[in-house]
Structures are given as structure tokens and as C-alpha cells.
Design a binder for this molecule. Structure first.
Ligand code: LLP
Length: 426
């Protein structure tokens, strides 16, 4: 048995396009987006699924997101630019970031971005000022608050502790009120509500319910105190994806149902005027649709380990080095064989932490085998680097057996494209 991705044999893709290479099952991406749209809907709320483009962002992906009727979240001028070039409806963009520059805010205002998610008091002031340069426009704003709910996840990617750099903690209600007043009073801005994001790779639907109860209770107090009406709540992303057998992710439907149930209950209980709900899944849309294909080079035994070396590494997948993230791998043409060996798949970077799979099970590998790592579709390509002057691999979309480049591989020339040599010594 051979590994197939969206109807194409992985080893044939490797032979035709080279390795390392990122391969996305386009059918699976589309299905996932449709599924989110379907299950995140309610007669009580206007529901929007905004794809967090940081997970994987390129023209083709943004086109797909748009085609499937999702909104998108962008966190930099670069992500915004990619969405613009993909023809994305700017009204359906949420522009995020804790440290947006004036140039980025200008770019967002100029482009007609639908919603800007403001992070802090100082930014609200800057945005209010910059927006006066766009008379006649009205940009909707949300304020990112930190409800202090910590979803259980790896420490590096928890964003909701009280001293998090993101948003304003609900313990600082005066500051939140002051910020919202600025946004509300700015002639070209519309203040619509709050945004919160409690972490990543959240397995427990109750974590979202806890977030909702905290945010809605705060909203009620806020409304009573200020008289400002909150019409929109954005609950952020964090929906889990499956990387290995250890990850048992609740179905998207279960999580969305719990979110809508908790919202319905909370809105009733507090008599809120919230009419619009947004979620921002990134990982759970992109991760499982993506594979990375490598070619096995040397195999080396040490006292306690068998290393299987591959032709990529931490420059194309930083997650194991940065978060001790775990993956599963297979030899693409030898799926029939038992995973009878415990090996460490290591990359070619000059760094001991350059490991793709630590002490994982694999079929007995031989040089030249195609090794496929599963679930690399989120935060793989998007966090790639040129460390050790390695070119970033290209990205393929495969749909119904047909493969095409959506990002061409970098070549050696690309690596020095922006470099300037010193002038010759005279
Ligand atoms: N919305 C906001 C405001 C976020 O900060 C994030 C992720 C998301 C949505 C999407 O979260 P997701 O659904 O993808 O979990 N590089 C790390 C993940 C960092 C996530 C940061 N924020 C990783 O590779 O695990």
C-alpha cells in the first residue's frame, strides 16, 4: 500500500516535484471549511468563521477561503497584502495584532478592511487619529480583551494569562472603558464589541464555554456602566487538530454546538444585545490537510538512538524544536510494512534540536525512501525560515489527483536576491 494524498501517490509527487515539499489535500481543506460554516450557524446570531491566516497563508489558500464563504483574520501588512492580492473581500477581513504599526493601520484603513481588532489604549488613540484621514469611511472596531481564561495547552502558546501581551485584561475595566470610549467617539470608527482568544490546541469544549461566561458577564457589567451596546463578540481560535494518536479532538460540530449553546444561554441570562458571533480557527482548518514529504538520506546509529536523516528540518517545520510538538511519519511506499523500529527523524540544520520526530515508530527506512510527516499543514510553511541558507520548500495543492504549485520552491538565487555585495576595493 502506498500513501495517497487527494488521489495522488505521494512518492510520485516527490519524484515529479522534488523534496522536501509541502503537500496539501485541497479536497480536505475545502471539506473542513464547509464543515465549519455548516456547524457554526444559529437562528439567533449572525455567525462568521474567520480563518486565521497565520496558520498558512498564500494566494491560493486565501482564494479558497473566500470561495468557501469564510472570513479571514490577518495579523500583519503581509497577510493583509496577500489577502488583497487574492481578491479577498476586504469587508470580511479582521485585522489583528498587538503591535500594529501606523503604516499597517493606514494600509488597513486605505484597503477598507471591515473590522480592526484593537489591542490597547494607545493603539485606539492612534487609530482614531489616523482614521480622521479617511473622511466618509467607517471602520468597525472590536477591542481585544483578556478574560484570563487559560485553555490547557503548551505554555508558549497560551495567550490569556493575566500579564499576556495580548489585549487588555478584564481586571483593568477602567482602561477598557476609556479605550472603548475613544473608539466609540471617533467619527470614522464604529465600536461594535469585544474579541478574546484563550489559547491554541484546545481539546475541551468547556474551555470555550468558560470563556463565554467570563466575556458575557463582563459585557453585561460594561454595558450597564457605560450605556454602550455590544453587538458583536469574537471568540478567537484554538480549535484542536490531530497530530498523533494521543490527540483525540472533539468533533468541530461538538465544539461549535457548545459555543452556540453557551452563548444563547448567556445572552438570555444577561439580556445582552449581541447579534453577531465570530470564531477564528486556523490550525484546525489547515493542519490535517497538510503533509511534508522528505527523502531519507543517511541512517546513523548512536549508542541509544537510530537517526534517520532527511533533506529538510527545522527550517520547514519549527514546531518540534520550538514547542516539542509531536508528529507521526510513514514511509510513503511501505505503508504495508509494520512500524517495527523506533527512530529519531532529524533534519539537516546545524542545531541539536533539529528533530522532526523524536523516538517515533517507523517502518525500517532505507536511503532514498520517501518519508511523509502528517498534519504539518498549520504553522509549518508559515513559520519556515532560511536558517542555514536553506531554501523554503514549495507547496503543492492536490485536488482529485491533480497537483499544482501554489507556492514555488525557493532556489539558491532567491536566497541572495535582496543582498548587496560590498563595492570592490579600489
Ligand atoms: N485568533 C487569534 C487572535 C490568535 O492569536 C490565534 C493564534 C488564532 C486565532 C488561531 O489559533 P488556532 O485556531 O490556529 O489555534 N505557532 C503556534 C500557534 C500560535 C497561535 C497564535 N495565535 C503553533 O505552531 O502551535
Amino acid at each position: 500500500m502506498k500513501l495517497e494524498i487527494a488521489g495522488a501517490e505521494a512518492s510520485q509527487l516527490a519524484a515529479r516535484f522534488g523534496t522536501p515539499v509541502y503537500v496539501y489535500d485541497q479536497n480536505r481543506l475545502e471539506e473542513r471549511m464547509r464543515q465549519f460554516r455548516q456547524v457554526f450557524s444559529s437562528p439567533l446570531f449572525d455567525c462568521h468563521v474567520a480563518y486565521a491566516s497565520k496558520a498558512f497563508c498564500c494566494l491560493a489558500m486565501m482564494q479558497l477561503v473566500q470561495r468557501e464563504g469564510l472570513w479571514a483574520d490577518a495579523v500583519s501588512g503581509g497577510e493583509l497584502y496577500t489577502a488583497m492580492k487574492a481578491g479577498f473581500d476586504m469587508n470580511h477581513i479582521l485585522f489583528h495584532g498587538n503591535s500594529k504599526t501606523d503604516a499597517e493601520l493606514e494600509m488597513a484603513l486605505e484597503a477598507g478592511v471591515g473590522t480592526i481588532v484593537v489591542d490597547n489604549l494607545a493603539e485606539a488613540g492612534r487609530l482614531a487619529f489616523l482614521s480622521t484621514g479617511h473622511p466618509g469611511s467607517r471602520t468597525r472596531t472590536l477591542l481585544r480583551i483578556n478574560p484570563g481564561v487559560e485553555a490547557h495547552t503548551h505554555a508558549y502558546i497560551v495567550t490569556a494569562d493575566i500579564d499576556s501581551k495580548f489585549g487588555i485584561s478584564i481586571t483593568r475595566s477602567q482602561e477598557i472603558i476609556e479605550t472603548c470610549r475613544i473608539l466609540d467617539e471617533a467619527p470614522n470608527l464604529d465600536f461594535a464589541g469585544f474579541h478574546a482568544h484563550i489559547g491554541s490546541q484546545i481539546f475541551e469544549p468547556e474551555a470555550f464555554a468558560a470563556e463565554i461566561y467570563k466575556v458575557t458577564a463582563f459585557t453585561k457589567e460594561f454595558q450597564d456602566h457605560t450605556g454602550l451596546q455590544i453587538s458583536c463578540l469574537d471568540l478567537g481560535g484554538g480549535f484542536a487538530a490531530r497530530y498523533t494518536d494521543k490527540d483525540s479532538c472533539p468533533p468541530v460540530e461538538t465544539v461549535c454546538r457548545r459555543i452556540l449553546e453557551a452563548m444563547t444561554e448567556a445572552v438570555k441570562r444577561h439580556g445582552l444585545s449581541v447579534r453577531e458571533l465570530i470564531i477564528e480557527p486556523g490550525r484546525s482548518i489547515a493542519a490535517e490537510a497538510g503533509w511534508t514529504l522528505y527523502t531519507v538520506g543517511s541512517i546513523k546509529d548512536t549508542e541509544h538512538r537510530r537517526y534517520v536523516f532527511v533533506d529538510g528540518g527545522m527550517n520547514d517545520n519549527l514546531r518540534p524544536a520550538l514547542y516539542q510538538a509531536e508528529y507521526e511519519a510513514v514511509l510513503a511506499d511501505r505503508m504495508d510494512e509494520e512500524k517495527s523500529e523506533t527512530v529519531t527523524v532529524a533534519g539537516k540544520c546545524c542545531e541539536s534540536g533539529d528533530i522532526i520526530l523524536r523516538d517515533g515508530r517507523l517502518q525500517p527506512a532505507r536511503p532514498g525512501d520517501i518519508l511523509a510527516v502528517a498534519s504539518t499543514g498549520a504553522y509549518g510553511q508559515s513559520m519556515a525560515s532560511n536558517y542555514n541558507k536553506l531554501p523554503v520548500p514549495g507547496t503543492l495543492f492536490v485536488k482529485d489527483g491533480q497537483a499544482r504549485w501554489v507556492i514555488r520552491p525557493q532556489d539558491l538565487e532567491d536566497l541572495i536576491r535582496n543582498e548587496e555585495p560590498l563595492p570592490e576595493e579600489s
